[in-house]
Design a protein around this ligand. Structure first.
Ligand SMILES: Nc1ncnc2c1ncn2[C@@H]1O[C@H](COP(=O)(O)OP(=O)(O)OP(=O)(O)O)[C@@H](O)[C@H]1O
Ligand SMILES: [Mg+2]
Length: 591
C-alpha cells in the first residue's frame, strides 16, 4: 500500500484533553515533503490532526520522546528500558475542531485509541489560524510552523483582558511591544489611545510619526514635551510615601488635616466643588512649600514668659526657599523662652521632606512646569490641561520616557503616572474621554523595575487595581518583564493573554507555566530553546495557542548595550571628561 505522506501514527491513549501518539515505525523521515513543502515532525508547539469522518480534531504537540508515552507504558519503561520497542512518541493536547471550513476552539468529541494521526498541512493551518475579525485583529509576525502563515492577535481581547510579555533579557520583548503597538497605531483609528511607560527611552525611534514623547529635560527641537506629574494630584497617603521617614498615625492625621485646609482654600478659588466632597486626597493644587513651612514653624516656635505670646524671631524664614523661621532657643526648666508644648516631634520627618523637595531629580513632581502651585495654591494650568496634552494630540501613542530619571525615583514616578491616569479615567467613566467610551492601553515596559511582589508601593497598588478592575473602566494593560518570578502573582494571573519569549531561569519558567492554561504547562520546557523574537502565545487574544515569530521592527528598538570590543578600539578619552560627569551628577542633569 502506498504510504500517505501526511499519516504519521496513531492514537495510543487519551486522558482528558491529552493524547499520547505512537508514531508509525515505517515513517520514512522526520522531515517529509508534502506537495512541495517540507514539514518538521514533532516540533513542540506545532499541530497534528485526527480526522474523525466529518470533523477534524486538532491538537498541539506538548511533548516528544519517551516522556510522551502513555503513563502505564512509561512506568514499565522506567523499570525496564528494554520495553521500548523503538517507536517514537508524541503527546498533544486537543485544542479545537474543524467542521467544513470553520475552526472552533475546544472539542466536543474525543478520539479513541487506534485513530489515525496526520500532519497538518499549510492548507489546514490556514483554516486553523484564520477567522480573525479584520477590524479588530493585528498582524504581529508569522507562525513558526510555516513562514507563509500570518500570526494575528485579537486586539480587543488583548486590551480588555490584559496581556503579559515575558522573556529573558535580549529575547525580543521590546521588539514585540513595538510591533504590537505599531500594528495598533497602523489601524489608524481616529481616537486610539496608548500610553507607554518607557524606562529606557527605547521606543520613540521605532514608533516615530505615531507617537508623542514626554520626558524630563525634553528636547523641544525634536518635538518632545516636558514630562510633568503634579504631586498635588496624588492621594494624601501616596504623597507622604514619597518622603523618607515614617509618621505615626496621629501625626499623619495631623498633617492630613493641614493638607485639607490648604486644599479647601484652593477649592474655593477653583469653584464649582462640593465642600463636603473635598478631602486631603482630592486632586486639588496646594503649595507644599507652604505646608512644610507651617508644619516646621509649629515645631520650632518658642514662647515668651506668658507661654502664649510667640517670641520675636531671630531670623525670618521663607517658604519659597524652604528656610525655617528662627526663634530664640528655649531656656532650661522654668525660664522663658518656652518650647511649644503642642509640637508634634516631627522635625526629623520635616527635614527629610525638605531635602526631597529640594532634590532636583524630583522637579517633575514638586516643580512641574506650568502646574507648580504658588504659595497661595494657584497654578497656571490645571489637570484637564495635563490630560489634554498627554492624550489630546492627534497621534495614537503617548510615550512617557523615563530614561532621564534616576532609578530610585522610577517607582514613584511610574506609580504616580499610573495612579493619576487611572483615577482620571475612573472618575470620567461616563464622559467621552472615560475608558468606557475611549479605552486606553497602558504599556508597562521593564515592569520588574517598579513592580515587585509583596511591595506596598503606589505602582504595585495601582497596577493591581488596573489588573483587577481596569477591564470594567476601559483600561487595559500590556505588561512587560524579564523577571516574571518577581512579579505579583495576582497581577500575572489577571493577564488574559501571555506572550512567553525565550526564558532560561527555572523559577521564571515555573511562574510562566503557572500563568498559562493548564494543558500548556508542559510547553514551558520549550521556552528555553526559543529563538530571539519567537514566542509561545496563549490566552484570549489568540484563537489557539501558537508558537509565533514576531516581525522585526524596521526601525529597530534602540538597543542600549554598549559593544565593548568596538568601543574599546577608540583611544582613551581625556580624563577631563570626568569633570563633566561629576558636574552633571552634582547638577542632576545630563546637559
Ligand atoms: N523578531 C525578531 N527578529 C529578529 N531580531 C529580533 C527580533 N526581536 C528582537 N530581535 C533583536 O534582538 C535584540 C534584543 O531585542 P529586544 O531589545 O527587543 O530584547 P528585550 O527582551 O527587550 O531585552 P531587555 O530585557 O534587555 O530589554 C535586538 O537587537 C533586536 O533587534
Ligand atoms: Mg526591552
Amino acid at each position: 500500500m502506498k504510504h500517505n505522506p501526511t499519516h504519521i501514527g496513531q492514537v495510543e491513549s487519551v486522558s482528558g484533553n491529552s493524547v499520547a501518539i505512537k508514531m508509525a515505525s515505517n515513517y520514512p523521515s522526520n522531515m517529509p515533503i508534502v506537495d512541495g513543502t517540507v514539514y518538521r515532525i514533532g516540533q513542540i508547539g506545532s499541530f497534528l490532526k485526527i480526522p474523525l469522518g466529518y470533523a477534524n480534531l486538532y491538537g498541539l504537540i506538548t511533548q516528544a520522546g519517551v516522556l510522551a508515552m502513555p503513563d502505564s507504558l512509561l512506568m514499565a519503561y522506567k523499570e525496564n528500558p528494554s520495553t521500548a520497542d523503538g517507536h517514537r512518541w508524541l503527546r498533544m493536547i486537543l485544542v479545537g475542531e474543524q467542521i467544513g471550513s470553520s475552526f472552533e476552539r475546544g472539542v466536543l468529541q474525543s478520539p479513541t485509541s487506534g485513530d489515525q494521526v496526520h500532519l497538518v498541512t499549510n492548507e489546514d493551518l490556514r483554516i486553523v489560524y484564520g477567522g480573525y475579525n479584520v477590524q479588530s485583529s493585528i498582524e504581529i509576525g508569522h507562525q513558526s510552523a510555516s513562514e507563509g502563515l500570518r500570526a494575528q492577535l485579537d486586539m480587543d481581547k488583548l486590551i480588555s483582558r490584559h496581556c503579559a510579555i515575558l522573556g529573558a533579557t535580549g529575547s525580543g520583548k521590546s521588539n514585540a511591544v513595538s510591533i504590537i503597538v505599531k500594528a495598533i497605531a497602523e489601524k489608524a483609528f481616529p481616537s486610539a489611545r496608548v500610553l507607554m511607560i518607557d524606562p529606557h527611552g527605547e521606543y520613540a525611534s521605532s514608533l516615530s510619526g505615531k507617537c508623542r514623547v514626554f520626558r524630563v529635560g525634553a528636547n523641544a527641537a525634536v518635538g518632545e514635551e516636558e514630562l510633568c506629574v503634579p504631586f498635588w494630584a496624588l492621594p494624601f497617603k501616596e504623597l507622604m510615601a514619597i518622603f523618607p521617614g515614617k509618621l505615626s498615625d496621629q501625626n499623619e492625621d495631623y498633617i492630613r488635616g493641614k493638607v485639607l485646609e490648604l486644599k479647601r482654600v484652593s477649592a474655593g478659588v477653583i469653584g464649582g466643588l462640593r465642600e463636603e466632597a473635598i478631602t486631603a486626597d482630592s486632586p486639588i493644587a496646594f503649595s507644599i512649600n507652604q505646608l512644610w513651612f507651617e508644619l516646621d514653624d509649629f515645631e520650632r516656635i518658642t514662647f515668651k514668659a506668658d507661654r502664649i505670646t510667640p517670641e520675636t524671631r531671630n531670623a525670618a524664614g521663607d517658604p519659597a526657599t524652604l528656610k525655617s523661621n528662627q526663634y530664640p532657643t528655649a531656656g532650661m526648666g522654668s525660664s522663658a523662652p518656652f518650647l511649644n508644648t503642642r509640637a508634634k516631634g516631627i522635625l526629623g520627618f520635616l527635614d527629610g521632606m525638605r531635602s526631597r523637595l529640594l532634590d532636583q531629580s524630583y522637579n517633575f513632581l514638586f516643580r512641574p512646569v506650568g502646574y507648580s502651585p504658588a504659595l497661595d495654591g494657584g497654578t497656571p494650568n490645571d489637570l484637564p490641561r495635563l490630560f489634554a496634552t498627554w492624550f489630546g494630540h492627534g497621534v495614537p501613542i503617548s510615550i512617557l520616557d523615563l530614561s532621564a530619571i534616576p532609578s530610585d525615583v522610577m517607582q514613584a514616578i511610574s506609580g504616580c503616572i499610573l495612579k493619576i491616569t487611572y483615577d482620571a479615567l475612573y472618575w470620567g467613566q461616563n464622559t467621552l474621554v472615560g475608558g468606557k467610551r475611549q479605552p486606553l492601553l497602558v504599556v508597562l515596559d521593564e515592569a520588574h523595575a517598579y513592580l515587585k511582589a509583596g511591595e506596598d508601593s503606589i505602582s504595585s497598588r495601582t497596577v493591581q487595581a488596573i489588573a483587577k478592575e481596569g477591564r470594567k473602566y476601559g483600561v487595559g494593560m500590556l505588561l512587560v518583564t524579564q523577571r516574571p518570578s518577581e512579579l505579583d502573582e495576582t497581577v500575572l494571573s489577571q493577564c488574559g493573554s501571555i506572550i512567553a519569549l525565550r526564558m532560561t531561569n527555572t523559577r521564571d519558567k515555573g511562574h510562566v507555566s503557572a500563568a498559562m492554561q493548564d494543558e500548556l504547562r508542559e510547553m514551558a520546557e520549550v521556552l528555553s530553546s526559543l529563538r530571539t523574537g519567537e514566542a509561545i502565545v496563549s490566552g484570549e487574544a489568540v484563537r489557539i495557542p501558537s508558537r509565533v515569530k514576531f516581525f522585526q521592527a524596521d526601525n529597530a528598538v534602540k538597543s542600549s548595550d554598549p559593544i565593548a570590543s568596538t568601543l574599546w578600539t577608540s583611544s582613551r578619552p581625556d580624563v577631563e571628561e570626568y569633570e563633566i560627569s561629576v558636574l552633571n551628577w552634582r547638577n542632576q542633569s545630563f546637559n
